[in-house]
Design a binder for this molecule. Sequence first.
Ligand SMILES: *[C@@H]1O[C@H](CO)[C@@H](O)[C@H](O)[C@H]1NC(C)=O
Ligand SMILES: *[C@@H]1O[C@H](CO)[C@@H](O)[C@H](O)[C@H]1NC(C)=O
Ligand SMILES: *[C@@H]1O[C@H](CO)[C@@H](O)[C@H](O)[C@H]1NC(C)=O
Length: 394
Amino acid sequence: MGAYFGVSTIFVFCLLGISANATVFTIGSSSSSDITQALRKAFTSACQSPYPTKVVIPKGEFKLGMIELRGPCKAPIEITLQGTVHADGNTNHGEEKWVVFGNINGFKLNGGGAFDGEGNAAWRVNNCHKTFNCKKLPISIRFDFVENAEIRDISSIDAKNFHINVLGAKNMTMTNIKIIAPEESPNTDGIHLGRSDGVKILNSFISTGDDCISVGDGMKNLHVEGVTCGPGHGISVGSLGRYGHEQDVSGIMVKNCTLQNTDNGLRIKTWPSAACSTTASDIHFEDIILKDVSNPILIDQEYCPWNQCNKQKASTIKLVNISFKRIRGTSGNKDAVKLLCSRGYPCQQVEIGDIDIRYNGADGPATFQCSNVSPKLMGNQIPRACGSPVTKTN
Ligand SMILES: *[C@@H]1O[C@H](CO)[C@@H](O)[C@H](O)[C@H]1NC(C)=O
Ligand SMILES: *[C@@H]1O[C@H](CO)[C@@H](O)[C@H](O)[C@H]1NC(C)=O
Ligand SMILES: *[C@@H]1O[C@H](CO)[C@@H](O)[C@H](O)[C@H]1NC(C)=O
């Protein structure tokens, strides 16, 4: 695409008008045109406006190159994406980003439109799920240091890498987000969050190739409710403890969610021989429905993919005040519940409420294994809590 804003008449960038509420910039408009320059210009003008502004990308199919929309801005900004923006299908990227929203205080993104990462060709060359030394691919949507934000009615399709990454956010609510990529697409985490405070993810649908939601270090006060996940790798806190300078995790609530056909359900994972010694506390899962989920409940403090660590050393990450309540449905394997805590720092204040997880395979029934943890039990547990001997992790 060699055409740019101002060069061709297809790229109309118009100031629709100044209303009492907000100035509106509309970008458009013939189909399959590249709106990268037009969007950058509209955002720059919007960001400099002393009044609230709105940037509208109308219905239609557009190409969008790598773009960073960064503040600080003089007033709140709303971006309404009604159409679909498409990334290029290249596999050759040095950058870990496609669309970045950064350093904006007072931000809205909505409109019912979609970000299509066109990841198909990139997945085939991706080897990041096999090794750490790999070529990173672009994350579709990054929110870096965005505050007081409302993201709603937006889809992400076929990201090359993570769909959405949230870093340094404060007070952000995501509602009715739809995330879709094939089950076999590598590293396509739905929403990854870290080092943020006060994020809500509500009434959303995530079906992808890796974790639906993954929580990294430094996350505080995350509330996930009404999310349907699957296929995918479930909802995961961690992995924690691989790097030095990590921060504590606290206040994670996951409630009223459905997991269907996922590998892993509700998971907390920390590396043995951790590079740091942080605490992950106040992590609660409740009212969760499982439909054929492998490893529905898993605390794994010996997480060590590709043997990249010394498993002889106990994890130094402390897990405190963790609960699983009212979790029911079916497991895809026999090991339904595994709480494998650190030898060096046994899990503290773990509560298990009503659990009813069934497994119908020939090698059944389901098991519930515990090590280095003495959970407080409330209500009924099927299988019987800590009723099975610990078997080796995979
Ligand atoms: C959080 O952000 C929303 C905008 O999305 C705003 O209306 C609300 O006042 C903010 N809350 C706080 C405590 O700042
Ligand atoms: C639970 O979440 C589903 C969407 O997944 C929603 O339809 C339902 O109303 C929620 N129930 C409660 C009690 O919040
Ligand atoms: C456990 O976590 C909950 C939810 O964050 C919190 O309200 C409660 O005070 C915590 N309990 C302890 C003993 O810290």
